[in-house]
Design a binder for this molecule. Structure first.
Ligand SMILES: *Cc1c(COP(=O)(O)O)cnc(C)c1O
Length: 376
């Protein structure tokens, strides 16, 4: 069976986790935690990064940092993971869903302005498949209306928009190191990216259960105490050690995934030319990270048959999000702005193929052959 995903492993994780275990400092912000954050700050060229237990946790921190209050509205696509919405719903926000663009499955930036009301506080673009949203337009709208932008870059590590790393363009950004993403910190993990210095001090406090513990350890205050709201948003040193084994090989992982993605893309072009499927489209100003390879078939029935065909040939292909506005909690906490022209129909056509670090040549060939034969 060719699985849909395998968690990436470079071989160095074990050694670093063992080293962390033997260091007498395993609770977080230790040797590896600091090393990882310094790596991100250098490679992203951003103000500050903080490792978190998940991308969900980083988004929750972002919602606290931009001071979401009950009744505030937050604009995002409906075609996304539940955490994009939940982090803001947790603070009492109402979610306003905007339709996606069929080419990238990202929020349609031309529809955002119509969804803004006096209660709107933030826009949360989701970089689907590690392909950047139209960030210049989104930042322009946000600046003109005085809104915050929190980038859900869960899938976007190593991707850029006009040369800028995803996650570093909005006021705040979030990565995921869940095992299904391109890089993992041992199954679960995330990163909060801070691009606005107004958030620097408070982010540390929120992450340390509402205390000024970080300042205390730097000798900036002489005792640490409860100063704000907060939670337990500091991951273990073991997670950071695991992640370090992957950051060291970040380029190798990226190049390996891109090679698989490109092999698929070249092989499936004839299917697109024959009008049988739609392939992912890359905006010219976006460099992606091969987080995902998807095909879009004619409709839901054809997709179901296609997934069955692959399964019969021992290949796991999977569909993706059920649009949030059609889910029970989405109806309770959110509302669709305008019409759902593409969100539902495009999500029903989309199927994701196996892509993982270290995928073998034979496996790639088998997927290609099986996909091509599905259309015979
Ligand atoms: C994976 C993912 C998340 C959640 O990440 P966790 O690290 O599992 O919390 C949020 N948003 C998007 C778009 C994702 O793909």
């Amino acid at each position: 069976m060719i699985p849909f995903n395998k968690p990436p492993l470079t071989g160095n994780e074990q050694q670093y986790v063992l080293q962390a275990m033997q260091s007498n400092k395993i609770s977080g912000d230790g040797f590896f935690g600091k090393k990882c954050q310094a790596w991100f700050e250098e490679n992203l060229g951003c103000l500050k990064t903080l490792l978190t237990p998940s991308c969900t946790a980083a988004l929750e921190m972002a919602a606290i940092l931009i001071d979401i209050q009950p009744g505030d509205e937050v604009i995002m696509p409906s075609y996304t993971f539940v955490s994009t919405a939940n982090a803001f719903v947790f603070r009492g926000a109402k979610i306003v869903f905007v339709d996606i663009r069929p080419d990238t499955m990202n929020i349609d930036e031309t529809l955002i302005e119509a969804a803004i009301t006096t209660k709107t506080k933030a826009i949360v673009p989701v970089h689907y498949a590690g392909v950047g949203c139209e960030m210049d337009a989104i930042m322009d709208i946000a600046n003109r209306h005085g809104l915050f932008v929190v980038e859900d870059a869960a899938q976007g590590m190593m991707s850029t928009y006009k040369g800028k790393p995803l996650g570093t363009i909005g006021h705040l950004g979030a990565f995921s190191f869940h095992e299904t993403k391109n890089y993992t910190s041992g199954g679960e993990g995330g990163l909060l990216i801070i691009n606005d210095e107004r958030f620097l001090q408070r982010a540390e406090v929120i992450r340390e259960k509402g205390t000024n513990r970080s300042q205390f350890f730097r000798g900036q205050v002489d005792k640490y105490t409860w100063v704000d709201v907060g939670s337990s948003y500091l991951p273990s040193e073991l997670q950071a050690a695991f992640l370090w084994g992957q950051l060291e090989k970040a380029d190798e992982i990226n190049q390996n995934r891109l090679a698989t993605w490109n092999a698929y893309h070249d092989a499936f072009k004839p299917l697109q030319n024959a009008g049988l499927v739609d392939l992912p489209k890359m905006p010219e100003n976006c460099q992606h990270n091969a987080h995902m390879y998807y095909l879009k078939l004619k409709d839901l029935d054809q997709r179901t048959a296609f997934i069955e065909h692959l399964k019969a040939n021992d290949i796991m292909a999977v569909f993706h999000y059920i649009p949030l506005h059609s889910a029970p909690a989405g109806q309770k906490f959110g509302e669709f702005s305008g019409t759902d022209q593409y969100t539902t129909t495009e999500s029903e056509r989309l199927v994701r193929l196996p892509v993982f670090f270290g995928m073998g040549e034979q496996e790639i060939k088998k997927v290609i052959h099986t996909v091509l034969s599905a259309n015979d």
